[in-house]
Ligand binder design. Sequence first.
Ligand SMILES: NC(=O)c1ccc[n+]([C@@H]2O[C@H](COP(=O)([O-])OP(=O)(O)OC[C@H]3O[C@@H](n4cnc5c(N)ncnc54)[C@H](OP(=O)(O)O)[C@@H]3O)[C@@H](O)[C@H]2O)c1
Length: 258
Amino acid sequence: MDLKLNNKVAVVLAASKGLGKAIATALAAEGARVIIGSRDEVELSKTASEIKQLTGNEVIAIGVDVSKADEIEAFIAKAAVAYGRIDILLNNAGGPPFDKFEHFDDEQWQKAFELNLLSFARLSRLVLPHMQKTGSGRIINIISGSVKAVLGNSVLSTSMRMGVVGMAKLMADEFGPYNITVNNVAPGLILTDRIKHTLPKDADPEQALQEKAKSIPLGRIGKPEELAALVAFLASEQAAYISGTTIQIDGGANRSIF
Ligand SMILES: NC(=O)c1ccc[n+]([C@@H]2O[C@H](COP(=O)([O-])OP(=O)(O)OC[C@H]3O[C@@H](n4cnc5c(N)ncnc54)[C@H](OP(=O)(O)O)[C@@H]3O)[C@@H](O)[C@H]2O)c1
């Protein structure tokens, strides 16, 4: 299937590694011109070169900390002039820490809010006028399966992601008339550094991963490229009638029927 991304320009945040990198690679492989952002500019440039080598498509790397308003503004200003348009916005950020509710103070709540909810609002607000100008667009938010089923110790993540779900639904309403779709992708366990870092320090990593996979009907942890394939579809012309939804990708792990 040709996803018709050939002349599209995609901005992918938190893309030096993990899910963001896999998504940027998939979009570039489908022919999109991709602009990637995250904090570590050395890693980001390496990633851009890697994707370019792999796909043959140009990738632009621009450093940005998505929790900072002034950096977001400078990032989108540069991204917008790079190719003169923005068609696809992939909102993504590092995840907040896991712990019990009683261990988080105001500062940690504020940080999670700025990183995982306000950054998505700010980036969308700055990109929307470019999409409105061309009369179409795709906004895709990476959130978490914790919006569908309880995940222990994920109170910061779940609270902010629930906010994104509500925001996306209202944005889908408001920007539908411009052919702009807004959707959320909710991963279960997808193998990235973030997941590797949550494994018990004293355990054998392979065994610990197999242990985690036992509760997943498909019997394994997901691959970043599997999530990226879903995102590429949501970004495509063929997904023009999908908006305001939250799609899980978790190997069947979520126990909820709805
Ligand atoms: N992997 C999963 O199974 C899973 C499941 C549920 C939810 N999620 C969520 O999906 C998101 C991505 O996760 P991942 O697994 O890909 O994590 P990862 O492998 O740790 O990668 C995180 C990426 O985010 C970037 N980043 C972190 N803080 C940033 C900031 N302030 N500004 C800009 N970029 C930033 C990092 O680059 P720099 O350090 O260079 O900035 C890196 O490129 C997270 O929010 C995570 O909670 C993941």
